[in-house]
Design a protein around this ligand. Structure first.
Ligand code: GMT
Length: 379
């Protein structure tokens, strides 16, 4: 198949899913054309069968604001005609599904007379935040209902979409996936040294990774760590960057624990850091799936998470970790302490986490996308 993939190129989970999906599909012989305003961050090395088309931003003094959605539609029209594209797969409804709709209508028009199909994958924030902005609601509903196929990354997100927008078409649930070979607990002499560097007195290592948006509740991670460190000698590794980072740094100084917290910032490869850690904390107040929790589980880390959104579909309470009410810092702290102080119980959870992650291995999920593409193309 010849597929155009539209995504946000930045570090967010939707961009990662879109890029990794494209790479797997290219490996399986499909021709993939990424269309975005910048090259996706996970596409830094050459891959056969993958092409990138940058959306050029047209500027003119009269246009005070960039016309991204129209520029994207125009680029999609060109890419579809000159590369004989069968399918446009957009990640995020707003504005990508709307731009794809316009591209499809232009392609049908007059002498182009080219029929292409659009699949929209919903990742979360487009539904739970952006689309609920009153002025976007009708556009979002229209764009979803005029896609030829729609997928959501969890049952929660599917139901939330249907109930929030009274959506009439079918939504297929296709979960996030993980490369279980890349995200695998490593134990090399170098990593032993790395662990000794961060935890010289054999402290336990708590870890969290996110884009530090408010909804990730990174300050809860710090408060949980504060409680845990009172009982168990431990350190905290925080990976990522974003709007809440300075607030978190301030809190760690106020609680007098900044010497035990490592703010690593954005990191390209995190397998090494996950490999030296003991437990992953994800207290988000909204999470349609929780890709970073899946990556941690694949690296054999039990997860203490909130029980909202799609997280309970991934993290099985009492088996792979614990799921707790949003904001219940005391319970999250107590369960972390329990797990870290009971070696045999910890081992069981760690094995279960890896086993659960294997249910989402790329080799199982990618064929579901291929099957869905075929179904939509044959409609
Ligand atoms: O979580 C983020 O802030 C990034 C966000 C995105 O839009 O890229 O991630 C969303 O999509 C991921 C991939 O499908 C999901 O695993 C995340 O749970 C989801 N984030 C939220 O729902 C907050």
């Amino acid at each position: 198949m010849k597929i155009a993939i539209v995504c946000y190129p930045t570090y967010g989970g939707s961009g990662v899913v879109a890029t990794e999906l494209g790479k797997y599909l290219a490996n399986r012989g499909h021709q993939i054309h990424f269309v975005s305003y910048a090259i996706p961050s996970k596409l830094s090395t050459f891959c056969d069968n993958i092409f990138f088309h940058g959306v050029e931003m047209f500027t003119y003094p009269l246009f005070e604001f960039p016309l991204y959605s129209i520029s994207l539609s125009s680029k999609l029209v060109d890419v579809a005609i000159f590369n004989d594209i069968d399918l446009i797969h957009v990640h995020y409804a707003i504005p990508h599904a709307t731009s794809a709709y316009l591209a499809r209508e232009i392609l049908k028009y007059e002498k182009h007379n080219k029929r292409i199909k659009i699949i929209t994958t919903l990742h979360g924030t487009d539904i739970t935040l952006v689309g609920l902005e009153p002025s976007f609601q009708k556009t979002l509903k229209f764009s979803i209902e005029h896609s030829d196929g729609v997928t959501a990354v969890s049952k929660f997100l599917k139901e939330k979409t249907i109930s929030s927008y009274n959506i009439q078409n079918d939504i297929e649930v296709i979960y996030n996936f993980v490369d279980t070979e890349k995200y695998k607990k490593l134990s090399t002499p170098e990593l032993k040294k790395l662990r000794e560097h961060y935890a010289p007195n054999n402290e336990k290592i708590l870890i969290h990774t996110s884009n530090f948006r408010k909804l990730k509740r990174v300050t809860d991670v710090i408060k949980i760590f504060h409680n845990v460190a009172k009982k168990i000698s431990s350190i905290l590794i925080l990976i990522g960057d974003g709007p809440e980072r300075s607030e978190c740094e301030k809190l760690s100084r106020e609680l007098n624990i900044s010497g035990k917290i490592y703010f690593m910032g954005k990191q390209d490869s995190i397998t090494e850091l996950l490999s030296i850690a003991d437990i992953f904390i994800m207290p988000s107040e909204s999470e349609s799936f929780g890709l970073s929790a899946l990556e941690a589980m694949s690296t054999s880390l039990p997860v203490i998470s909130s029980n909202i959104g799609g997280l309970p579909e991934l993290n099985i309470n009492g088996v792979t970790g614990y799921t707790v009410d949003v904001g219940d810092i005391e319970r999250m702290s107590d369960l972390t302490i329990d797990l870290l102080s009971n070696e045999s119980e910890y081992k069981k959870f760690s094995i279960n986490a890896r086993k659960r992650a294997e249910d989402f291995k790329a080799e199982k999920i990618i064929p579901l996308y291929e099957k869905y593409y075929e179904k939509i193309l044959s409609k």
